[in-house]
Design a protein around this ligand. Structure first.
Ligand code: FAD
Length: 386
């Protein structure tokens, strides 16, 4: 099918990439975003090879390589700085056929906006959708209505359109830990320039990953009850308290963060849900399968969704509804398994069962680097792009 009119709700990674892909396939695309100004939530993101392959497919290979960090190694360290495991990522890159790219989210968003030939309608909060005959209409808070042949609900983890598709409310579930993240200048005192460094211990993590522009994307994770908060002026002291006694680079990182630009998030996920599609409306990305970030796969799954949705709209011609059903069928098992796997990993990392976490620390010491890369390759290669 070509020449469809597509309405996209949400200009995050999923919505913008869908807009680029479907425009390239000859459809007319309108994007509506509730924010008045586009600012990414979060500082950095690691796009693993399955996500990067989707960007390659839609002509963004060079662009992502320009803004991506050079990640050649990853290493796990104990709280005292002892190396538990040091992994060369090149065998993984060779196995899967594409290097991963950690990127600053602002750079990724700017890249996607530049590639989208249309404009994003800002300040349009979608309230509801209605299907009538062969069309679907979105209604916005400001009174505007947008009608198309199909609607993509890429409105994120707190999607308001999910209820329409599922015919029931599904709320995100808190996964019992808080994540702080931001960017700092690259410095060998923090981590070698081409290495993703992760300190683990006490069910917590402190992580540093190279992104483009000589910067590091850092994050900290700590298991905490729901409802804790801290104003920016207290962020450094709460991190200093949680990571007291950890190795020198972790202390240096805490001293160097800019608390005003450090995000503090309670981590939740969604589902897995049993539907992604109703009639001419398709959920895409976090709206359908928000995922604990512990596998680094949430954004990559949104990109895989785009790939498959575009594929079925291009290669089938029975009807829009039929193409969307095929999209749903193609994504169901994959996204279900990633949501569960990421949740399981979050529980192992954050001490849901302290014995299991202790075993994981032992495993990190003992397992061969190829076990680590094989596990990552498996996650990548079980996606739609081999
Ligand atoms: P979003 O990016 O959330 O975009 C949704 C958009 O919809 C927003 O712009 C929102 O304002 C808009 N919107 C919402 N409601 C409406 C409405 N009613 N009307 C109009 N617009 C609306 N993934 C990875 O692949 N690798 C990683 O390393 C990684 N790290 C992560 C680290 C953290 C701490 C977190 C929280 C997530 C991480 N993820 C990672 C997951 C990734 O960020 C998400 O999966 C991805 O951003 C989802 O994109 P999306 O487009 O579906 O949703």
């Amino acid at each position: 099918m070509d020449g469809l009119k597509v309405v996209i709700i949400g200009a995050g990674i999923g919505g913008l990439t869908a807009a680029i892909a479907l425009s390239q396939s000859g459809h007319t695309v309108e994007v509506y975003e509730r924010a008045q100004e586009l600012r990414p939530r979060g500082a950095g993101i690691s796009l693993w090879s399955n996500g990067v392959k989707v960007l390659n497919r839609f002509g963004m290979g060079k662009d992502i390589a320009e803004i991506g960090g050079q990640m050649d190694f990853m290493q796990y360290l104990s709280t005292s700085g002892e190396v538990l495991n040091h992994v060369n990522l090149h065998p993984l890159i060779e196995e899967v056929g594409q290097r991963p790219y950690p990127v600053a989210r602002a750079d990724l968003q700017a890249m996607l906006l530049k590639k989208f030939p249309g404009t994003v309608n800002l300040g349009y909060r979608c309230l509801s959708v209605e299907e009538h005959g062969e069309q679907v209409t979105a209604q916005f808070e400001n009174g505007h209505k947008a009608t198309g042949d199909l609607l993509i609900a890429a409105d994120g983890v707190r999607s308001s359109l999910r209820q329409y598709v599922l015919d029931r409310e599904v709320h995100p579930t808190y996964r019992d830990y808080v994540n702080w993240n931001g960017l700092v200048a690259a410095d060998e005192a923090l981590t070698p320039a081409n290495t993703w460094t992760i300190y683990v211990g006490n069910h917590q993590r402190a992580s540093l990953m190279p992104v483009g522009g000589d910067r590091l994307y850092f994050f900290f994770d700590v298991p905490l009850p729901l409802g804790t908060s801290a104003p920016p002026e207290l962020i450094r002291s709460e991190l200093a308290e949680h990571f007291k006694g950890w190795a020198e680079p972790v202390q240096t990182l805490i001293e160097r963060i800019n608390p005003e630009q450090t995000n503090r998030l309670e981590i939740s996920d969604v589902g897995p849900v049993d539907r992604m599609v109703r009639g001419r409306v398709a959920l895409l990305g976090d709206a359908a399968h928000a995922t604990c970030p512990d596998l680094g796969q949430g954004g990559c799954q949104a990109l895989e969704d785009v790939y498959m949705l575009n594929h079925f709209l291009l290669t089938t011609n029975i009807s829009v509804e039929d193409a969307l059903k095929r999209y749903e069928a193609a994504r169901e098992d994959r996204t279900r398994s990633i949501v569960k796997k990421a949740r399981n990993r979050a529980e192992v990392i954050h001490g849901k069962d302290p014995e299991v976490t202790a075993q994981w620390y032992d495993q990190l010491r003992q397992e061969s680097p190829s076990d680590v890369t094989d596990a990552i390759a498996k996650t990548i290669l079980t996606g739609p792009l081999q």
